[in-house]
Design a binder for this molecule. Sequence first.
Ligand code: PLP
Length: 404
Amino acid sequence: MNLTNLRKDFPILNEKVNNKPLVYLDNAATTQKPLCVIEAMSNYYLHLNSNVHRGVHTLSQQATTEFEHVRKSVQTFLNSKEQEEIIFTRGTTESINLVASSFSEAFIKEGDEIIVSELEHHSNIVPWQIIAQRKKAILRVIPFNDNGELDLNVYKTLLNEKTKIVSVAHVSNALGTVNPIKEIITLAHNKNIPVLIDGAQGVPHYKIDVQDLDCDFYCFSGHKLYAPMGVGIVYGKRKFLEAMPPYHGGGEMIKEVRFSGTTFNEIPYKFEAGTPSVADVLGLKAAIDYVNSIGFETIQKHEDELMQYTTKKLLEVGDITIYGNAKQKAGSLSFNLNGVHPFDVGTLLDQLGIAIRTGHHCAQPVMQHYDIVGTARVSFAIYTTKEEIDYFIESLKRVKQILL
Ligand code: PLP
Protein backbone atom coordinates (compact mmCIF):
# COMPACT_ATOMS: atom_id res chain seq x y z
CA MET A 1 0.00 0.00 0.00
CA ASN A 2 1.40 3.39 -1.02
CA LEU A 3 0.45 5.57 1.94
CA THR A 4 1.62 8.81 0.34
CA ASN A 5 -0.73 8.29 -2.58
CA LEU A 6 -3.57 7.06 -0.39
CA ARG A 7 -3.37 10.09 1.88
CA LYS A 8 -3.93 12.32 -1.16
CA ASP A 9 -7.45 10.85 -1.31
CA PHE A 10 -8.26 12.56 2.01
CA PRO A 11 -8.07 16.35 1.50
CA ILE A 12 -8.60 17.13 5.20
CA LEU A 13 -5.28 15.49 6.08
CA ASN A 14 -3.57 18.59 4.63
CA GLU A 15 -5.23 20.86 7.19
CA LYS A 16 -3.28 22.64 9.87
CA VAL A 17 -4.55 22.69 13.44
CA ASN A 18 -3.06 25.20 15.85
CA ASN A 19 -0.52 25.99 13.12
CA LYS A 20 0.71 22.40 13.07
CA PRO A 21 0.00 19.73 10.45
CA LEU A 22 -3.05 17.78 11.56
CA VAL A 23 -2.27 14.37 13.04
CA TYR A 24 -5.67 12.73 13.25
CA LEU A 25 -5.73 9.85 15.73
CA ASP A 26 -9.45 9.91 16.59
CA ASN A 27 -10.62 7.46 13.95
CA ALA A 28 -12.71 5.32 16.30
CA ALA A 29 -14.91 8.38 16.85
CA THR A 30 -15.19 9.03 13.13
CA THR A 31 -12.95 8.51 10.11
CA GLN A 32 -12.07 11.14 7.54
CA LYS A 33 -13.74 10.92 4.13
CA PRO A 34 -11.98 10.30 0.83
CA LEU A 35 -12.72 12.59 -2.09
CA CYS A 36 -14.73 9.87 -3.88
CA VAL A 37 -17.21 9.83 -0.97
CA ILE A 38 -17.51 13.60 -0.89
CA GLU A 39 -18.01 13.62 -4.66
CA ALA A 40 -20.68 10.90 -4.53
CA MET A 41 -22.66 13.07 -2.14
CA SER A 42 -22.20 16.34 -4.02
CA ASN A 43 -22.95 14.56 -7.30
CA TYR A 44 -26.31 13.54 -5.89
CA TYR A 45 -27.20 17.10 -4.92
CA LEU A 46 -25.82 18.54 -8.16
CA HIS A 47 -27.45 16.10 -10.57
CA LEU A 48 -29.89 13.70 -8.95
CA ASN A 49 -31.60 15.28 -5.96
CA SER A 50 -35.17 14.04 -5.63
CA ASN A 51 -37.06 11.84 -3.23
CA VAL A 52 -36.77 8.08 -3.58
CA HIS A 53 -39.39 5.37 -4.02
CA ARG A 54 -42.33 7.67 -4.64
CA GLY A 55 -41.88 9.37 -7.96
CA VAL A 56 -42.84 8.52 -11.52
CA HIS A 57 -40.53 11.23 -12.80
CA THR A 58 -37.09 10.37 -14.15
CA LEU A 59 -34.96 11.96 -11.44
CA SER A 60 -36.83 10.18 -8.69
CA GLN A 61 -36.53 6.89 -10.52
CA GLN A 62 -32.82 7.40 -11.07
CA ALA A 63 -32.30 8.33 -7.41
CA THR A 64 -34.28 5.24 -6.37
CA THR A 65 -32.21 2.98 -8.61
CA GLU A 66 -28.96 4.39 -7.21
CA PHE A 67 -30.30 4.12 -3.66
CA GLU A 68 -31.29 0.47 -4.11
CA HIS A 69 -27.90 -0.28 -5.71
CA VAL A 70 -26.37 0.63 -2.38
CA ARG A 71 -28.51 -1.96 -0.63
CA LYS A 72 -27.13 -4.54 -3.05
CA SER A 73 -23.62 -3.26 -2.43
CA VAL A 74 -24.04 -3.59 1.37
CA GLN A 75 -25.47 -7.06 0.87
CA THR A 76 -22.33 -8.08 -1.01
CA PHE A 77 -20.11 -6.26 1.50
CA LEU A 78 -21.59 -8.21 4.44
CA ASN A 79 -22.32 -11.32 2.37
CA SER A 80 -25.92 -11.49 3.52
CA LYS A 81 -28.14 -13.99 1.78
CA GLU A 82 -30.69 -11.46 0.59
CA GLN A 83 -30.73 -7.73 0.07
CA GLU A 84 -34.06 -7.50 1.90
CA GLU A 85 -32.05 -8.27 5.05
CA ILE A 86 -30.30 -4.89 4.78
CA ILE A 87 -32.02 -1.94 6.47
CA PHE A 88 -30.83 1.66 6.24
CA THR A 89 -30.73 3.65 9.48
CA ARG A 90 -28.91 6.75 10.68
CA GLY A 91 -26.15 4.83 12.46
CA THR A 92 -25.31 2.06 14.90
CA THR A 93 -27.21 3.73 17.72
CA GLU A 94 -30.42 3.84 15.73
CA SER A 95 -29.78 0.32 14.43
CA ILE A 96 -29.51 -1.16 17.92
CA ASN A 97 -32.52 0.84 19.14
CA LEU A 98 -34.51 -0.46 16.17
CA VAL A 99 -33.68 -4.10 16.95
CA ALA A 100 -34.07 -3.70 20.72
CA SER A 101 -37.46 -2.07 20.34
CA SER A 102 -38.93 -4.26 17.60
CA PHE A 103 -37.38 -7.56 18.66
CA SER A 104 -38.57 -7.09 22.22
CA GLU A 105 -42.12 -6.35 21.06
CA ALA A 106 -42.18 -9.72 19.33
CA PHE A 107 -40.07 -11.88 21.60
CA ILE A 108 -39.48 -10.49 25.11
CA LYS A 109 -41.87 -10.75 28.03
CA GLU A 110 -41.72 -10.29 31.79
CA GLY A 111 -38.98 -12.29 33.49
CA ASP A 112 -37.00 -12.89 30.27
CA GLU A 113 -33.30 -12.17 30.14
CA ILE A 114 -31.08 -10.13 27.83
CA ILE A 115 -27.29 -10.52 27.83
CA VAL A 116 -24.85 -7.71 27.08
CA SER A 117 -21.23 -7.34 28.17
CA GLU A 118 -19.37 -5.08 30.55
CA LEU A 119 -17.31 -3.55 27.74
CA GLU A 120 -20.16 -2.26 25.60
CA HIS A 121 -20.60 1.25 24.25
CA HIS A 122 -23.60 2.96 25.88
CA SER A 123 -25.44 2.45 22.58
CA ASN A 124 -25.45 -1.27 23.28
CA ILE A 125 -26.45 -0.93 26.93
CA VAL A 126 -29.05 1.81 27.28
CA PRO A 127 -31.51 0.59 24.57
CA TRP A 128 -31.58 -2.80 26.33
CA GLN A 129 -31.98 -1.19 29.75
CA ILE A 130 -34.97 0.75 28.43
CA ILE A 131 -36.45 -2.47 27.04
CA ALA A 132 -35.74 -4.38 30.24
CA GLN A 133 -37.58 -1.71 32.21
CA ARG A 134 -40.48 -1.59 29.76
CA LYS A 135 -40.90 -5.36 29.61
CA LYS A 136 -39.87 -6.13 33.22
CA ALA A 137 -37.05 -8.23 31.78
CA ILE A 138 -33.59 -8.69 33.31
CA LEU A 139 -30.28 -7.48 31.91
CA ARG A 140 -27.37 -9.88 32.48
CA VAL A 141 -23.78 -8.76 32.00
CA ILE A 142 -20.74 -10.76 30.82
CA PRO A 143 -17.77 -9.42 32.81
CA PHE A 144 -14.27 -8.86 31.43
CA ASN A 145 -10.91 -9.53 33.06
CA ASP A 146 -8.24 -6.87 33.61
CA ASN A 147 -6.78 -7.59 30.18
CA GLY A 148 -10.11 -6.50 28.72
CA GLU A 149 -11.19 -9.98 27.59
CA LEU A 150 -14.70 -11.28 28.14
CA ASP A 151 -15.07 -14.13 30.62
CA LEU A 152 -16.67 -16.81 28.49
CA ASN A 153 -16.99 -19.18 31.44
CA VAL A 154 -19.34 -16.72 33.13
CA TYR A 155 -21.07 -16.16 29.78
CA LYS A 156 -21.83 -19.89 29.52
CA THR A 157 -23.47 -19.84 32.95
CA LEU A 158 -25.62 -16.81 31.98
CA LEU A 159 -27.20 -18.55 28.98
CA ASN A 160 -30.44 -20.25 29.94
CA GLU A 161 -33.98 -20.88 28.73
CA LYS A 162 -35.04 -17.36 29.79
CA THR A 163 -32.34 -15.69 27.66
CA LYS A 164 -34.02 -14.13 24.62
CA ILE A 165 -31.08 -12.31 22.99
CA VAL A 166 -27.34 -11.73 23.37
CA SER A 167 -25.98 -8.36 22.22
CA VAL A 168 -22.21 -7.79 22.19
CA ALA A 169 -19.62 -5.66 20.44
CA HIS A 170 -17.40 -7.08 17.76
CA VAL A 171 -14.59 -4.75 18.86
CA SER A 172 -14.50 -2.59 22.00
CA ASN A 173 -14.17 1.12 21.27
CA ALA A 174 -12.67 1.76 24.71
CA LEU A 175 -10.13 -1.06 24.92
CA GLY A 176 -9.67 -2.27 21.35
CA THR A 177 -10.51 -5.86 22.39
CA VAL A 178 -11.63 -8.05 19.51
CA ASN A 179 -14.26 -10.32 21.02
CA PRO A 180 -14.48 -14.00 20.00
CA ILE A 181 -17.84 -13.35 18.39
CA LYS A 182 -18.00 -16.61 16.48
CA GLU A 183 -17.68 -18.56 19.72
CA ILE A 184 -20.15 -16.25 21.46
CA ILE A 185 -22.66 -16.83 18.65
CA THR A 186 -22.18 -20.61 18.60
CA LEU A 187 -22.64 -20.88 22.37
CA ALA A 188 -25.89 -18.88 22.17
CA HIS A 189 -27.15 -20.79 19.13
CA ASN A 190 -26.58 -24.09 20.96
CA LYS A 191 -29.46 -22.88 23.13
CA ASN A 192 -31.43 -21.35 20.23
CA ILE A 193 -30.70 -17.80 21.37
CA PRO A 194 -30.18 -15.12 18.69
CA VAL A 195 -27.19 -12.79 18.77
CA LEU A 196 -26.76 -9.15 17.76
CA ILE A 197 -23.26 -7.95 17.00
CA ASP A 198 -22.49 -4.25 17.43
CA GLY A 199 -20.09 -3.90 14.53
CA ALA A 200 -19.41 -0.16 14.84
CA GLN A 201 -15.71 -0.84 15.50
CA GLY A 202 -15.56 -4.15 13.64
CA VAL A 203 -16.53 -3.14 10.11
CA PRO A 204 -13.68 -0.63 9.62
CA HIS A 205 -11.04 -3.27 10.32
CA TYR A 206 -12.35 -6.70 9.31
CA LYS A 207 -14.02 -8.34 6.36
CA ILE A 208 -17.46 -9.27 7.64
CA ASP A 209 -19.31 -12.34 6.46
CA VAL A 210 -22.63 -12.51 8.28
CA GLN A 211 -23.41 -15.94 6.87
CA ASP A 212 -20.12 -17.35 8.06
CA LEU A 213 -20.54 -15.69 11.48
CA ASP A 214 -24.16 -16.80 11.48
CA CYS A 215 -25.06 -13.75 13.61
CA ASP A 216 -28.73 -12.86 13.66
CA PHE A 217 -28.17 -9.09 13.55
CA TYR A 218 -25.10 -7.03 12.67
CA CYS A 219 -25.19 -3.24 13.09
CA PHE A 220 -22.74 -0.57 12.00
CA SER A 221 -22.31 3.14 11.20
CA GLY A 222 -21.09 4.42 7.85
CA HIS A 223 -19.09 7.27 9.33
CA LYS A 224 -16.57 4.97 11.01
CA LEU A 225 -15.95 3.34 7.61
CA TYR A 226 -14.94 6.47 5.63
CA ALA A 227 -18.59 7.10 4.70
CA PRO A 228 -20.70 10.12 5.70
CA MET A 229 -22.43 10.59 9.01
CA GLY A 230 -26.17 9.97 8.88
CA VAL A 231 -26.22 6.46 7.49
CA GLY A 232 -26.04 3.12 9.27
CA ILE A 233 -27.05 -0.46 8.70
CA VAL A 234 -29.00 -3.22 10.38
CA TYR A 235 -28.39 -6.61 8.90
CA GLY A 236 -31.03 -9.01 10.22
CA LYS A 237 -32.00 -12.53 9.31
CA ARG A 238 -35.23 -12.56 7.35
CA LYS A 239 -37.01 -14.85 9.82
CA PHE A 240 -36.53 -12.30 12.62
CA LEU A 241 -37.20 -9.18 10.56
CA GLU A 242 -40.46 -10.65 9.29
CA ALA A 243 -41.60 -11.53 12.78
CA MET A 244 -40.72 -8.12 14.21
CA PRO A 245 -43.22 -5.21 14.15
CA PRO A 246 -42.22 -1.86 12.59
CA TYR A 247 -40.03 0.52 14.58
CA HIS A 248 -41.19 3.92 13.30
CA GLY A 249 -44.51 4.66 11.65
CA GLY A 250 -44.83 6.91 8.61
CA GLY A 251 -44.38 7.01 4.87
CA GLU A 252 -42.83 4.13 2.93
CA MET A 253 -43.27 1.53 5.68
CA ILE A 254 -46.94 0.94 4.82
CA LYS A 255 -48.90 -1.00 2.22
CA GLU A 256 -52.21 0.68 2.84
CA VAL A 257 -53.41 3.23 5.37
CA ARG A 258 -57.05 3.52 6.39
CA PHE A 259 -58.52 4.87 9.57
CA SER A 260 -59.92 1.42 10.10
CA GLY A 261 -56.38 0.03 10.11
CA THR A 262 -53.01 0.06 8.37
CA THR A 263 -51.12 -2.76 6.71
CA PHE A 264 -47.35 -2.69 6.67
CA ASN A 265 -44.87 -2.96 3.83
CA GLU A 266 -42.53 -5.92 3.25
CA ILE A 267 -39.00 -5.96 4.68
CA PRO A 268 -36.78 -3.99 4.47
CA TYR A 269 -39.19 -1.08 3.82
CA LYS A 270 -41.27 -1.95 6.89
CA PHE A 271 -38.35 -0.58 8.93
CA GLU A 272 -37.57 2.47 6.77
CA ALA A 273 -40.22 5.06 7.57
CA GLY A 274 -39.76 8.53 6.13
CA THR A 275 -37.30 10.07 3.70
CA PRO A 276 -33.87 8.47 4.06
CA SER A 277 -30.61 10.37 3.92
CA VAL A 278 -30.07 9.53 0.25
CA ALA A 279 -26.80 11.44 -0.28
CA ASP A 280 -25.28 9.73 2.76
CA VAL A 281 -26.43 6.33 1.54
CA LEU A 282 -24.79 6.99 -1.84
CA GLY A 283 -21.66 8.08 0.02
CA LEU A 284 -21.67 4.75 1.83
CA LYS A 285 -21.45 2.90 -1.48
CA ALA A 286 -18.48 5.02 -2.53
CA ALA A 287 -16.79 4.25 0.81
CA ILE A 288 -17.41 0.52 0.44
CA ASP A 289 -15.96 0.59 -3.08
CA TYR A 290 -13.01 2.53 -1.72
CA VAL A 291 -12.15 0.10 1.12
CA ASN A 292 -12.70 -2.85 -1.21
CA SER A 293 -10.21 -1.33 -3.65
CA ILE A 294 -7.61 -1.33 -0.86
CA GLY A 295 -8.63 -4.73 0.52
CA PHE A 296 -9.14 -5.82 4.10
CA GLU A 297 -5.97 -7.92 4.17
CA THR A 298 -3.94 -4.78 3.48
CA ILE A 299 -5.97 -2.70 5.94
CA GLN A 300 -5.61 -5.26 8.71
CA LYS A 301 -1.88 -5.75 8.18
CA HIS A 302 -1.25 -2.01 8.24
CA GLU A 303 -3.36 -1.40 11.33
CA ASP A 304 -1.92 -4.42 13.21
CA GLU A 305 1.56 -3.05 12.60
CA LEU A 306 0.48 0.36 13.90
CA MET A 307 -1.05 -1.22 17.01
CA GLN A 308 2.12 -3.13 17.84
CA TYR A 309 4.40 -0.22 17.03
CA THR A 310 2.39 2.29 19.06
CA THR A 311 2.06 -0.05 22.05
CA LYS A 312 5.82 -0.60 22.14
CA LYS A 313 6.64 3.11 21.74
CA LEU A 314 4.05 4.14 24.34
CA LEU A 315 5.51 1.82 26.96
CA GLU A 316 8.98 3.25 26.24
CA VAL A 317 7.69 6.72 27.22
CA GLY A 318 7.42 5.47 30.82
CA ASP A 319 4.81 6.24 33.48
CA ILE A 320 2.17 4.91 31.10
CA THR A 321 -0.69 2.53 31.88
CA ILE A 322 -2.29 0.82 28.90
CA TYR A 323 -5.89 -0.30 29.42
CA GLY A 324 -6.78 -3.48 27.60
CA ASN A 325 -4.10 -6.01 26.81
CA ALA A 326 -6.27 -8.53 25.02
CA LYS A 327 -4.56 -11.07 22.76
CA GLN A 328 -6.41 -9.65 19.79
CA LYS A 329 -6.90 -5.89 19.52
CA ALA A 330 -7.96 -3.62 16.69
CA GLY A 331 -8.27 0.07 16.03
CA SER A 332 -8.11 1.66 19.47
CA LEU A 333 -5.41 1.97 22.11
CA SER A 334 -6.35 3.41 25.51
CA PHE A 335 -3.79 4.69 28.00
CA ASN A 336 -3.12 7.14 30.79
CA LEU A 337 -0.04 9.04 31.83
CA ASN A 338 0.10 7.94 35.46
CA GLY A 339 -1.29 10.52 37.84
CA VAL A 340 -2.41 12.86 35.06
CA HIS A 341 -5.97 13.60 33.98
CA PRO A 342 -6.51 12.42 30.36
CA PHE A 343 -8.10 15.79 29.45
CA ASP A 344 -4.79 17.52 30.24
CA VAL A 345 -2.93 15.11 27.95
CA GLY A 346 -5.50 15.59 25.17
CA THR A 347 -5.51 19.38 25.49
CA LEU A 348 -1.73 19.71 25.32
CA LEU A 349 -1.48 17.29 22.39
CA ASP A 350 -4.13 19.33 20.58
CA GLN A 351 -1.86 22.37 20.86
CA LEU A 352 0.65 20.34 18.86
CA GLY A 353 -1.89 19.48 16.15
CA ILE A 354 -2.68 15.98 17.42
CA ALA A 355 -6.32 14.90 17.68
CA ILE A 356 -6.90 12.14 20.22
CA ARG A 357 -9.98 11.33 22.27
CA THR A 358 -10.12 11.59 26.05
CA GLY A 359 -12.79 10.65 28.54
CA HIS A 360 -15.04 7.67 29.09
CA HIS A 361 -15.60 6.96 25.38
CA CYS A 362 -19.32 6.31 26.04
CA ALA A 363 -18.27 3.19 27.92
CA GLN A 364 -18.58 4.24 31.55
CA PRO A 365 -18.80 0.66 32.89
CA VAL A 366 -15.32 0.06 31.42
CA MET A 367 -14.01 3.05 33.35
CA GLN A 368 -15.79 1.83 36.48
CA HIS A 369 -14.08 -1.56 36.07
CA TYR A 370 -10.65 0.08 36.26
CA ASP A 371 -11.83 2.75 38.73
CA ILE A 372 -10.64 5.61 36.52
CA VAL A 373 -12.34 8.76 35.23
CA GLY A 374 -11.29 8.11 31.66
CA THR A 375 -8.45 7.36 29.32
CA ALA A 376 -6.61 8.95 26.45
CA ARG A 377 -7.29 6.97 23.29
CA VAL A 378 -5.47 6.88 19.98
CA SER A 379 -7.20 5.11 17.13
CA PHE A 380 -5.91 4.22 13.69
CA ALA A 381 -7.14 4.30 10.11
CA ILE A 382 -5.77 3.24 6.75
CA TYR A 383 -4.10 6.63 6.28
CA THR A 384 -2.29 6.66 9.68
CA THR A 385 1.49 6.63 9.27
CA LYS A 386 4.38 5.54 11.52
CA GLU A 387 5.75 9.07 11.18
CA GLU A 388 2.54 10.37 12.75
CA ILE A 389 2.94 7.88 15.61
CA ASP A 390 6.55 9.01 16.09
CA TYR A 391 5.41 12.63 16.25
CA PHE A 392 2.66 11.68 18.72
CA ILE A 393 5.18 9.84 20.94
CA GLU A 394 7.67 12.73 20.87
CA SER A 395 4.84 15.12 21.72
CA LEU A 396 3.67 12.90 24.56
CA LYS A 397 7.20 12.98 25.99
CA ARG A 398 7.02 16.79 25.96
CA VAL A 399 3.59 16.63 27.64
CA LYS A 400 5.03 14.32 30.27
CA GLN A 401 7.85 16.75 30.98
CA ILE A 402 5.33 19.54 31.45
CA LEU A 403 2.89 17.61 33.63
CA LEU A 404 5.07 15.26 35.69
N1 PLP B 1 -21.01 0.98 19.32
C1 PLP B 1 -19.68 1.18 19.37
C2 PLP B 1 -18.78 0.03 19.73
C3 PLP B 1 -19.16 2.43 19.07
O1 PLP B 1 -17.84 2.63 19.12
C4 PLP B 1 -20.05 3.49 18.74
C5 PLP B 1 -19.54 4.84 18.48
O2 PLP B 1 -18.46 5.20 18.90
C6 PLP B 1 -21.41 3.22 18.69
C7 PLP B 1 -21.86 1.95 18.98
C8 PLP B 1 -22.40 4.28 18.31
O3 PLP B 1 -22.20 4.66 17.01
P1 PLP B 1 -22.99 5.93 16.40
O4 PLP B 1 -22.70 7.06 17.34
O5 PLP B 1 -22.39 6.09 15.05
O6 PLP B 1 -24.42 5.57 16.37
